[in-house]
Design a protein around this ligand. Structure first.
Ligand code: ZN
Length: 188
């Protein structure tokens, strides 16, 4: 049987499908949207559409970008001898917010879609590779694997210092701890 409030219900389920939004919050949010936040909601809908349509991956580093190359890869003032490997483009926002790192980035979402030649291309002119992975056994395995694949390329490898707690993502780490972990990075 078709519900009488079908548009409302599909809004609730669309919200519920988003990470971090449970069924209670989805209902609360949907109610808010259709009752007292109509104008903001339309603005949000436009912003979502616009972002989804215009954001893609940087062809060099996999960061989010509006153009073929992201604003970091196309910035001449960045230190192109350093490349920081992260597990999510979200981590770039986190590290950029700290403001102490001026090198390049490379995003490897997971080992399955890791493309060695693509990474090697991004490493042209790079002397130091910094792994900014949230510490875990899985990320240590991935670091070892990538490092072994890049053997003989005359690179210095380092990773962010412990102090970033094990098992949580970088966006949950406070700015100060992350700044310190980057500064105190350890050579591998
Ligand atoms: Zn880029």
């Amino acid at each position: 049987m078709r519900s009488k409030l079908e548009p409302f219900e599909s809004l609730v389920s669309a919200l519920e499908a988003m990470p971090g939004i449970g069924s209670k919050s989805a209902l609360k949010l949907a109610y808010h949207i259709v009752t007292d936040k109509k104008f903001e909601a339309i603005k949000l809908a436009h912003a979502i559409e616009n972002a989804v349509e215009s954001i893609r991956r940087c062809t060099k580093c996999n960061n989010l970008s509006q153009d073929e190359l992201c604003y970091i890869c196309s910035d001449d003032l960045r230190d192109k001898t350093k490349l920081c490997i992260v597990q999510s483009a979200k981590d770039i926002f986190t590290i950029e917010k700290v403001g102490l790192y001026n090198g390049l980035y490379y995003v490897i979402n997971d080992i399955e879609d890791f493309d060695l030649n693509h990474l090697k291309n991004a490493l042209k002119g790079v002397k130091e590779v910094i792994f900014a992975f949230a510490p875990s056994v899985a990320s240590d395995t991935m670091i070892l694997y990538i490092e072994s694949q890049l053997e003989g390329m005359d690179l210095i490898f380092s990773k962010i210092a412990q102090g970033v707690p094990t098992g949580i993502s970088l966006d949950s780490v406070d700015t100060l701890s992350l700044a310190k972990a980057l500064e105190d990075r350890v050579n591998l």
